[in-house]
Design a protein around this ligand. Structure first.
Ligand code: EPZ
Length: 417
């Protein structure tokens, strides 16, 4: 296993190219199961989770090849309809194979994704929606076993606007007989991007990005070439890096309209985010001001930016309150930040951060993807050296993070444990 060694205190300056969105690439790769053919998905980041999805597609009989930020997928030979435990346990997003397999082949057996560090993460809404579309679903020794002659359109109300739940049901509805209404659907840009790919494949979808999505099922779809949107969470993470180091970083290739809530909150702390050319120039200040955050479904402040924002608030002037409203246990980074001297108290889903002038480097343990990003953000501003262990968590969602930071002037190196 690798660890990152960071010596903090440098103002990071320069340009960084924002890669494709992990959480758009994963559902779009799964959508290739909906039609037999050859697909080229572009701007796909080179991440562990992408390779895991590729392995899953290959396990199902599809061809998968990744080269130069492109995923080449061929689905003519898909003949297995089971996503096994040993693949699903490494990546919960494997559940995105359920809707397409059921819609295309009438059957699917997908291991129930276990919980993870940030919460129980049930999939009851995915299953409820598929049952309303006529699927017969049983849970058998840790697997979801689903069958359906042909799914039929249905009206489905989602108790929470689940992102992958909306994506699974949108893919299933694309080939159903009749029209499906998804109400209280997730509005994330990644959902909209999946809808874009499905529409390019011939699906009839209206309202993606709104709370009600209408999908008129068709008999078949076709394979496509499609480019994935930039990763708004990678962009937001580098904004926090600029803010906490008091540097100036220009993010190339990201979409400002996907970042309204994080940008507003960062500007509230005194950070400036100025449009320049095809990017955003983010300039930090000598010390950020405290600001409160409540994570909400899109277009609210994204839960995937909560940990990174907390790191920034650790050195803010004043006290900030961060409420995590989406996941029940997404404060695993708090204990690690405290090891750096952060003054954070937690009461249920609310963290109170009393800003201090400077964090101190310390040996730390990454616990989940965004927590590992938050520890890097904190370490870049801390006095002295920080070692972040179990950095494989980071590799799930950030491509060559240490190289991008080195180019911005950070003193960071990856070493074998
Ligand atoms: C997606 O996870 C993202 N993953 C997560 O990103 C992100 O944090 C999350 O959406 C919220 O934005 C991918 O897109 C691959 P949810 P997902 O279903 O779909 C409850 C990252 O860091 N819920 O929207 O699993 C659930 O418990 C990852 O890249 C049910 O109760 O999240 C949670 O409290 C982490 N029943 C809330 O909804 C269900 O059937 C939101 O979960 C489904 C969800």
């Amino acid at each position: 296993m690798d660890k990152l060694i960071i010596r903090g205190g440098k103002r990071l300056k320069g340009e960084v190219e924002i890669g494709g969105a992990k959480n758009a690439a994963l559902p779009i790769m799964a959508a290739c199961l909906l039609s037999s053919g050859n697909y080229t998905i572009e701007r796909v980041p080179n991440l562990r989770d992408v390779m895991t999805m590729g392995r899953l597609l290959a396990h199902l009989g599809a061809g998968f090849h990744y080269e130069g930020k492109k995923a080449f997928i061929s689905t003519e030979k898909v003949k297995v309809f089971e996503a096994p435990y040993d693949l699903v346990r490494t990546m919960r997003a494997s559940i995105l194979a359920l809707g397409p397999l059921l819609a295309k082949f009438g059957r699917a057996k997908v291991s129930l994704p276990g919980g993870c560090a940030i919460g129980a993460r049930p999939i009851n809404l995915h299953l409820m929606g598929l049952e309303r579309m006529g699927a017969d679903i049983v849970l058998e020794s840790g697997y979801v076993v689903a069958r359906a002659k042909r799914l039929k359109g249905a009206s489905i109300y989602l108790d929470t606007p689940t992102v992958t739940g909306t994506e699974n049901l949108m893919m299933a509805a694309a080939l159903a007989k009749g029209t499906t209404l998804l109400e209280n659907a997730a509005r994330e840009p990644e959902v909209v991007d999946l809808a874009g790919a499905l529409i390019a494949m011939g699906a009839k979808i209206r309202g993606a990005g709104e709370s009600v999505i209408e999908i008129e099922g068709v008999d078949e779809l076709k394979s496509v070439e499609y480019a994935v949107i930039p990763d708004r969470i990678e962009a937001g993470t580098f904004m926090a890096v600029a803010g906490i180091t008091g540097g100036e970083i220009t993010l190339k290739g990201c979409r400002r309209e996907h970042l309204d809530a994080p940008i507003m909150k960062l500007e509230e702390t005194g950070i400036s985010c100025e449009n320049v050319g095809n990017g955003i120039r983010v300039s930090g200040t000598s010390r950020p001001k405290a600001a409160d955050v409540k994570t909400m479904p899109y277009p609210g402040f994204p839960t995937d930016m909560q940990a990174q924002f907390m790191s920034l608030m650790c050195i803010a002037e004043g006290t900030s309150i961060i409420k995590e409203m989406i996941f029940e246990n997404r404060f695993m980074h708090v204990a690690e930040l405290r090891r750096m001297g952060a003054a954070i108290t937690v009461e249920g889903g609310t963290a109170t951060i009393k800003g201090i002038a400077r964090l101190r480097g310390a040996p730390l343990m990454a616990t989940d993807l965004r927590a590992s990003a938050s520890l890097i953000v904190a370490a870049l501003a801390a006095k002295g050296e920080t070692a972040i262990h179990r950095i494989y968590h980071l590799d799930r969602g950030y491509e060559k993070m240490e190289e991008k930071l080195q180019k911005l002037g950070a003193d960071v190196r990856r070493v074998k444990e």
